[in-house]
Design a protein around this ligand. Structure first.
Ligand SMILES: Nc1nc2c(ncn2[C@@H]2O[C@H](COP(=O)(O)OP(=O)(O)OP(=O)(O)O)[C@@H](O)[C@H]2O)c(=O)[nH]1
Ligand SMILES: [Zn+2]
Length: 358
C-alpha cells in the first residue's frame, strides 16, 4: 500500500467507491465534472444536475451506432441533452428495450472537441458497476459539492490496464458428485471488486500439465439449467472429467454475462427475443461482445502455483490470453456438450462471430 494513503482511500479504493455511488444513483466527481449513471439517476438528482449547467449524455460508439448518432471520438459519443428533454428521453437513449417500437429518437446533436476522456471514464465506471453504459455529465461548480467521491479521469481509464492482485481468503474441502476430493478456494481482489473461486480436484502431480477450465459465471445455465447456452453441461462435464482424471483445477470467475452482469444479460436476452443474435444484442446495449478481463484467470492460476495447463475450452481467445499472461497451454481440450435446439443459433453465432470452434 502506498504510504500516502495509509488512512485515506487509495485511487483503486476511490474507484471502487465511485462504482458503488453510481449504483446508488449518486453522481461522482470525475476530474472537474459531475458524472452520474443514467440507469440509476432519479428525477430529483437530474433536476439538481440540470441547475448546474448544460448537460451532456455520454454513450459508447456501439450504442450511438444503433441510434444513428454521430461519433467524433472513436469509442464514445457525447450528445447534448436538450433543455426540454426529461429522464424518459435519457433512459430511451441508454436502454435499447424500446428501440424497435420507437425507432426515431432524434434529432441528436453530437458534440465534438474538448476532452472525451471524461466521457470515456464515466462510461468505464458505469460498465464496471454493471449498469447500462450511459452517463450524464455536467461541469462541477467551484467549489465542488462536499461528500462526493472524487476520481481523476486518468485513474478511471488506467484502472483497466492494471492487473488486479488477489488475496486467498479461505479454502475448505468440498466433496462433490463429480469428485469427492474437491477443495474450494476463495480469492478476493485487492481493490474490493468481485470475488472469484477456484475448485481444485484431487492430488497435484507437478510433473505434468494440469487439466484446467476457466468457467465464467452463468446463473441461468449453471443454476437454472437454462437451455439457451451450454454453460451448465460444460460445468458438469469439466468437473466430471477432472474427477475421472483424479486431478484438475476449475476457476469459477464471477464475470456473469461475459462481464456485463446478470441484469444486462437479461436485457440482452430480451433483445434476442426480438430477433437479434447474442453479439448484436450486446452491441445494441452499448457493450462489446465480450467485456471479460481474461487476465484474472492467469493471475489466479499463477497464485495457485499452476504454470502449465491442458485447457478445456472451445474458445481460442482463452488459450491466447493465458499464453500471453505467462501460463503455458500445452493442449486445448474441446468441451462440446449440452447442444440443444434452443442454443443451436447461439453456438453458431459464437462460431461465426467470436471465433469459437464448433
Ligand atoms: N452477454 C451475454 N452473455 C452470455 C450470453 N449467453 C451466455 N452468456 C455468458 O457467456 C459466458 C460463457 O461464455 P462462453 O462464450 O459460453 O464460453 P467461453 O467461456 O468464452 O468459451 P468456452 O471455454 O468454449 O466455453 C458466461 O458468463 C455466460 O453468462 C448472452 O447471450 N449474452
Ligand atoms: Zn450460459
Amino acid at each position: 500500500m502506498n504510504g500516502d494513503f495509509t488512512l485515506g482511500p487509495s485511487p483503486a479504493e476511490r474507484l471502487n467507491r465511485a462504482r458503488a455511488d453510481m449504483r446508488m444513483g449518486l453522481p461522482v466527481l470525475i476530474s472537474d465534472h459531475l458524472v452520474a449513471a443514467v440507469e440509476t439517476l432519479s428525477p430529483e438528482r437530474l433536476a439538481a444536475l440540470r441547475a448546474l449547467g448544460p448537460l451532456t449524455l455520454c454513450l459508447t460508439a456501439r450504442r450511438a451506432g444503433t441510434l444513428k448518432a454521430r461519433v467524433y471520438d472513436a469509442d464514445v459519443a457525447r450528445i447534448r441533452m436538450p433543455d426540454d428533454a426529461d429522464l424518459l428521453w435519457l433512459r430511451a437513449l441508454a436502454d435499447p428495450a424500446d428501440d424497435l417500437r420507437v425507432p426515431m429518437k432524434g434529432p441528436l446533436e453530437a458534440l465534438r472537441g474538448g476532452d472525451a476522456d471524461l466521457a470515456r471514464a464515466g462510461i468505464r465506471l458505469a460498465k464496471s458497476a454493471q449498469l447500462l453504459p450511459a452517463a450524464l455529465m455536467v461541469a462541477a461548480p467551484d467549489p465542488a459539492p462536499d461528500g462526493l467521491t472524487r476520481v481523476a479521469a486518468r485513474e478511471a481509464l488506467e484502472a483497466a490496464d492494471i492487473p488486479q492482485a488477489f488475496t486467498p481468503v479461505s479454502a475448505a474441502r468440498v466433496p462433490m458428485r463429480a469428485a469427492e476430493a474437491g477443495r474450494l478456494h476463495i480469492f478476493r481482489p485487492d481493490d474490493g471488486a468481485e470475488e472469484h473461486y477456484a475448485i481444485e480436484i484431487g492430488q497435484r502431480d507437478r510433473s505434468k500439465p494440469v487439466l484446467a477450465r476457466l468457467h465464467s459465471a452463468c446463473f441461468t445455465g449453471d443454476v437454472l439449467g437454462s437451455l439457451k447456452c451450454d454453460c451448465g453441461p460444460q460445468l458438469d462435464a469439466a468437473l466430471t472429467l477432472m474427477g475421472h482424471e483424479g486431478a484438475g483445477i476449475l476457476l469459477y470467475l464471477n464475470q456473469e454475462g461475459r462481464g456485463i452482469g446478470l441484469a444486462n444479460k437479461m436485457r440482452a436476452y430480451s433483445l434476442q427475443d426480438q430477433g437479434f443474435d447474442t453479439v448484436e444484442a450486446n452491441h445494441r446495449l452499448g457493450f462489446e461482445d465480450d467485456e471479460r478481463d481474461f487476465r484474472i484467470g492467469a493471475a489466479l492460476l499463477r497464485k495457485l502455483g499452476f504454470s502449465r495447463v491442458r485447457l478445456l475450452t472451445n474458445n481460442p481467445a482463452k488459450v491466447a490470453m493465458l499464453e500471453a499472461n505467462g501460463i503455458a497451454v500445452t493442449e486445448r481440450v474441446p468441451l462440446k456438450v449440452g447442444m440443444s435446439r434452443h442454443n443451436e443459433a447461439y453456438l453458431a453465432t459464437k462460431a461465426a462471430k467470436s471465433g469459437h470452434i464448433l
